[in-house]
Design a protein. Structure first.
Length: 133
């Protein structure tokens, strides 16, 4: 899966690379997600954001226009993402409920989405896919 990760800190680069094991084509950038940088998501299926990225309805609309189907958060918190807008545009959301290994959870979310599975306890998309687990 082609993915872009925004707001990546230097210490996260190695953690993400090790967790990914070259399964997904992930572009890691230091820039935060905003109206100017949203264009970097063109050609990707998923976006990885941090708790510092404000993912507003306007950003989600632009991500949808670019073909983004998934947003996974490198955090437990979800307040920085407009979940209603994501639901409206059919973008699936996941977080990292286990803060012990965020990189592994992020890659696990991508792995499961790639095979069209629900991400289980990481699911925050507001849909009923958890009922099928």
């Amino acid at each position: 899966m082609k993915v872009i990760a925004y707001s990546v800190q230097p210490y996260e680069m190695e953690l993400m690379a090790k967790a990914n094991q070259k399964k997904h084509e992930i572009t890691l950038i230091f820039n935060s997600l905003n109206l100017e940088t949203v264009r970097f998501a063109a050609g990707k299926l998923a976006v990885v954001v941090s708790a510092s990225d404000e993912v507003s309805a306007e950003i989600i609309s632009k991500l949808s226009e670019l073909g983004i189907k998934y947003i996974t958060m490198r955090s437990v918190s979800t307040g920085h993402v407009d979940t209603d807008a994501a639901y409206k545009y059919g973008i699936k959301l996941a977080n990292a409920p286990d803060q012990q290994n965020i990189a592994a959870q992020t890659i696990s979310n991508l792995d499961l989405w790639e095979i069209n599975k629900c991400v289980g306890k990481a699911c925050v998309c507001g849909k009923t896919c958890r009922a099928s687990l």
